[in-house]
Every structure is written in structure tokens, then in C-alpha cells.
Design a protein around this ligand. Structure first.
Ligand code: ADP
Length: 236
């Protein structure tokens, strides 16, 4: 099976501070991978380098065993199907829900595109809100709208940064169901999140980062039982 994202001996520095330290990991198509760990572990930096926002000092990241993300521009990376939803919802509040999703598509909206927008709205549970202004949505709905804006482009790698931060329990459960619905053999999903109960419901595997390195990789259930993981993260 093809590896979706291959991180090889990656090091990222900010000045003299090493945020990612000789990190190697492989994320497969078909899986939901959670990247967890304490504040400052390097989770956001990892997503930043995968999406081309931050640059590696050494090492490389390969997408689909072909495209070297560590040498590609942000635009090239997005165009290749490696997409990210940022932590804070940034929907266009004065536009309708439907218009927001169409923006996610970019380019001209033909009949096929319109159908894709409809399908995506249905997937995220916002069909009934299609004509409403995005600014009128509840916080959870804005999160789903932003996921829709990314998902409508049918990404190969979908990165979600804290998708349930600030959501109610019910909204969190719905987001969990949504992520499971977005799982596909042609897609890898990477989730950065601090809500461990949520992570357990969506992640096939977790990677625990600590000081820019992998401390643990495996199921969430095993992570909970790992003494080092408890020591640096879960026990705090
Ligand atoms: P996490 O997402 O796991 O909380 P981050 O990836 O945001 O961790 O940060 C890892 C470390 O790198 C932190 O110590 C943070 O202060 C530092 N860092 C992140 N981005 C920058 C930056 N642009 N300039 C300087 N230091 C940064």
C-alpha cells in the first residue's frame, strides 16, 4: 500500500530552538491518525511543514511517494490535494453557507461542481442551512462548514487542527461521526486534538509527540496504558 505522508528525519528550527527533532513517521491512506502530546510538542509545526507554511531545516516529507512537500510551495501542496482546516473557524460570515463551500472549490461552478457542493453539505449535515448566512451559524456548525470548505475539493490528505475545541459534547459526537464518514481508502486524515475521549473514537493510531520527537505510536487504548505517555502528557 502507498504511504500518503512519509516524514523522514525531519528537523525544524526557529532560531536556535528545535521544534521538530529528527522526526520520522508514515501516515497511510485509509487511516485516521491523531497527533497528540503536550503544548509545545511540535504538533502544529508538523502540520505547518506538511502544508508548506514552515520550512524544514533538514529531512524531507513525501506525499504519495512522489511530491516532496518540503520543496513545494503552499499553493502546489494545496493543489496536489494536501489540505488543512485551521484551528480557528475562518468562514466568510457575510456569505451564505453554500457560497462558502463553493469558495472552497475555487474556479467556475458548473453543474457537476454544484452537485459536489450539495453532497458535501449533506455529508457535514448543513443541507438545511445552505441558504443561511455563515455568520448566523452556531460555533459547531461553523467548524463543520469549514471542514466542508476543505472536503469539497476531495483532499487526499485532510488535516484537522483541533476540530472539537470549544464544541459541546453533542457537537463533538457529531464531529466524530463526520470524521469517520470522511474516512476513505484514498484519503489519509490527520487530527491534532487535546480531547482524548474524542481521539479514541476517531483515530486508528495515535502518534504522541514530545519535544519534537515521537514518544509513542499505536492505538489510543495502548497510549493510555503507556507509562511514558502518562508521565509527559496524559497524567497532567
Ligand atoms: P504544539 O502544537 O504541539 O503545541 P508547536 O508546534 O506550536 O507545538 O510549537 C512547538 C515549539 O516551537 C514551541 O515551543 C513553540 O513555542 C515553538 N514555535 C512554534 N512556532 C514558532 C515560531 N514561528 N517561532 C518561534 N518558535 C516557534
Amino acid at each position: 500500500m502507498t504511504v500518503a505522508v512519509l516524514v523522514e528525519a525531519l528537523t525544524v528550527e526557529f532560531g536556535r530552538f528545535r521544534a521538530i527533532d529528527d522526526l520520522s513517521l508514515a501516515i497511510d491512506y485509509g487511516e485516521v491518525r491523531a497527533v497528540i502530546g503536550p503544548n509545545g510538542a511540535g504538533k502544529t509545526t508538523l502540520l505547518d511543514v506538511i502544508s508548506g507554511v514552515s520550512r524544514a531545516k533538514t529531512g524531507r516529507i513525501l506525499f504519495d511517494e512522489k511530491l516532496e512537500l518540503t520543496r513545494a510551495s503552499e499553493a502546489q501542496i494545496a493543489r496536489s490535494g494536501v489540505r488543512r482546516k485551521f484551528q480557528k473557524p475562518s468562514v466568510f460570515e457575510a456569505l451564505t453557507v453554500r457560497d462558502n463551500v463553493e469558495i472552497g472549490l475555487g474556479g467556475a461552478i458548473d453543474a457537476a461542481a454544484r452537485e459536489r457542493v450539495d453532497r458535501t453539505l449533506e455529508t457535514v449535515g448543513l443541507s438545511a442551512e445552505a441558504g443561511r448566512l455563515a455568520g448566523e451559524l452556531a460555533h459547531g456548525q461553523k467548524q463543520w462548514l469549514e471542514i466542508a470548505m476543505v472536503v469539497v475539493s476531495e483532499p487526499k490528505v485532510l488535516m484537522l487542527d483541533e476540530p472539537v475545541a470549544g464544541l459541546t459534547d453533542e457537537e463533538t459526537e457529531r464531529t466524530s461521526a463526520l470524521i469517520r464518514a470522511l474516512k476513505s481508502p484514498e484519503r489519509a486524515i490527520v487530527v491534532v486534538e487535546h480531547d482524548m475521549d474524542f481521539v479514541e473514537t476517531v483515530a486508528d493510531r495515535v502518534t504522541v509527540l514530545h519535544e519534537g520527537r515521537t514518544l509513542f505510536e499505536g492505538s489510543m487504548a495502548r497510549a493510555r496504558a503507556d507509562a511514558r505517555v502518562v508521565d509527559v502528557y496524559l497524567g497532567r
